[in-house]
Design a binder for this molecule. Structure first.
Ligand code: G1P
Length: 298
């Protein structure tokens, strides 16, 4: 990834993973949704690997009491590794060692579910003076192909301030998202943001550009997060802190991502992602394809 080294603007990535996962009940009584496997790999490893590829060397996972297994997943497993080594299972050993080797993982705890903005704010004590900007990756969103964070870094290097990833979404489907009020720049995929609103009704949406789970935020976001009041759904919204920064003159831009996306936050979207990844898997793809064609044909 050449872009990562040239325009590196962050070293710390924050992944909010404190939610109850109600849409995956009853499974989430015992297993956090971030650990559900897309083929054989938990969604949170895919997201952590995207952050590492974009140049992050530290991941702060914001989680809630009882969901420590999300963080434990990134720790070494010496007994398991020894057993696999003894049996000569080197491919499995590589898989087991992959997540702990990606980056340094730290934990921050969100005690109460007060919203995405509140969750991100819990990571502030983990930051150092060097963290002038941080990346935030929502683990429900898979943005494909990976690489949008590198483009966002290049935009911060050029324009300063904060940069968010956006998808162009049909107006009728816009209300579950944070939506941007934008104007053009000299790059058709980079737009300047003049306002942002969380979950508007389609008729109130300022554009069809919606926030899609990847944020490169100037450190000033933490001060803004301390000053917002509950917004959409009675929660402290990250969107409202971004809107406050814009109002106070901070530059905010979006990179419009024209690729694919999966929503791992509900069983329907999760299954689609699993099938998509499995079809590309050399081991499971071919027989799944045949079975699916047959199943749909009948
Ligand atoms: C969150 C954000 C929203 C964003 C969305 C992307 O909403 O608040 O601005 O567009 O993620 O997936 P949530 O999906 O948590 O309701």
């Amino acid at each position: 990834m050449t872009g990562a080294a040239e325009n590196q603007t962050f070293r710390t990535a924050i992944v909010p993973a404190a939610g109850l996962g109600t849409r995956f009940l009853p499974t989430t009584k015992a297993v956090p949704k971030e650990l559900l496997p897309v083929v054989d790999t938990p969604g949170i490893e895919i997201v952590a690997s995207e952050a590492a590829q974009a140049g992050a060397n530290r991941l702060v996972i914001v989680t809630s009491p009882g969901k420590e297994s999300v963080v434990n997943y990134f720790q070494d497993a010496p007994e398991l590794e020894e057993a696999l080594e003894r049996k000569g299972k080197s491919k499995l050993l590589d898989k087991v060692r992959r997540a702990p080797a990606l980056l340094d993982v730290e934990v921050a705890i969100q005690k109460e579910a007060l919203g995405l903005g509140h969750a991100v704010a819990q990571a502030e004590p983990n930051l150092t003076d060097e963290d002038e900007a941080v990346a935030v990756l929502l683990p429900d969103d898979l943005v494909l192909p990976a690489g949008v964070l590198e483009r966002m870094s290049a935009v911060r290097a050029r324009h300063g301030g904060s940069v968010l990833c956006a998808f162009d979404i049909p107006k009728a489907e816009i209300s579950p998202y944070g939506v941007f009020d934008v104007s053009e720049t000299d790059d058709p995929d980079v737009k300047q943001v003049h306002g942002m609103v969380e979950k508007p009704a389609p008729e109130d949406a300022p554009s069809t550009f919606a926030a899609a789970g990847r944020y490169l935020l100037d450190r000033a976001i933490f001060d803004a997060l301390g000053r917002i009041t509950p917004g959409s759904g009675g929660e402290l919204q990250l969107t409202d802190a971004v809107a406050l920064l814009i109002k106070e003159g901070h530059p905010v831009h979006i990179v419009v991502h024209r690729g694919g996306r999966h929503d791992l936050g509900n069983p329907g979207g999760f299954l689609r992602a699993a099938v998509d990844f499995a079809l590309d898997d050399p081991e499971y793809g071919p027989s799944l394809r045949t079975w699916l064609a047959d199943r749909i044909g009948n």
